[in-house]
Design a protein around this ligand. Structure first.
Ligand SMILES: Nc1ncnc2c1ncn2[C@@H]1O[C@H](COP(=O)(O)OP(=O)(O)OP(=O)(O)O)[C@@H](O)[C@H]1O
Length: 245
């Protein structure tokens, strides 16, 4: 597999505290990598640094072998990444308009926009909501719109920051199943931050466990869950006791 994004000797420091300390980290092309860890461990910070939303205080972020900087990243490269957060920031217009917005900004041709929007509304099973105002949607519907809006851009890397955590269990389970099929079909490289080992187990191929700003273990999801190292075992074993995973 090719390396798409790498961190080298990265540190994020705020108020003299090291929030993230990652000597080496690689996101491989085609991977579906989950990131789990306790509250405040640094998961969102890692996502922001890797997606060039935040510059680290030290170290390098490397995209396809070349060091790049958050502050000077070209629009062309920035547009290869899409980020979907826990709370979708939808605009006060209908669902269809929300989903096409990114393509319109890229001045994509109208016929292609229409074809793509039909395709993605259908993929996320939100075609019936096309003309509904996005601000009147349920949490599950809004997250489907959010994900359709990200995937219509055909990103090279999709960054997800706890996209399911506000959803009730059946809504979450169905969306995870649908998203898993979509990501398998598109082979989109995905970096998925979650609090929930069940979500991680169902959706991801690889897993990184982050504790106190350090990536303590990374590997195939099943192997990390089955054979956690000493640093992450107390955290993961709590989940395993709870869910008998
Ligand atoms: N701009 C900032 N200034 C100071 N501290 C910050 C800043 N941003 C984040 N932090 C701190 O950095 C640590 C890591 O935060 P981060 O949001 O990355 O953790 P997380 O693992 O995503 O947490 P959660 O699971 O609660 O969302 C936390 O202790 C947080 O308070």
């Amino acid at each position: 597999m090719k390396k798409i994004l790498q961190l080298q000797e990265v540190k994020v420091i705020a108020k003299k505290q090291t929030l993230l300390d990652v000597p080496e980290f690689t996101l491989q092309q085609g991977d579906l990598l989950g990131v789990i860890g306790p509250n405040g461990a640094g998961k969102s910070t890692l996502l922001k640094v890797l997606s060039f939303l935040q510059a680290p205080n030290e170290g390098r972020v490397v995209y396809k072998g070349e060091e790049k900087h958050a502050n000077t990243l070209s629009l062309d490269i920035r547009r290869r990444f899409a980020v979907a957060m826990q709370q979708p920031l939808l605009f006060d217009t209908n669902v269809q308009q929300n989903v096409v917005l990114g393509l319109k900004l890229r001045k994509e041709n109208k016929k292609i926009i229409n074809e793509k929007v039909d395709y993605w509304l259908n993929k996320f099973q939100i075609d019936h909501l096309a003309k509904k105002n996005a601000l009147s949607l349920s949490g599950g519907e809004a997250q489907r719109v959010n994900l359709a809006r990200a995937l219509i851009l055909e990103p090279e890397v999709l960054f997800l920051d706890e996209p399911f955590s506000a959803l009730d269990f059946p809504t979450k389970a169905q969306l995870i199943q649908d998203l898993k099929e979509i990501l398998n079909d598109t082979s989109t490289t995905t970096f998925f931050v979650s609090h929930d080992l069940l979500e991680i187990k169902h959706l991801t191929k690889s897993l990184a466990v982050i504790m106190n700003g350090n990536v303590e273990q990374i590997g195939y999801t099943k192997e990390v869950i089955d054979q956690p190292n000493q640093a992450v075992a107390p955290f993961l074993n709590k989940w395993k006791e709870l869910y008998t995973l």
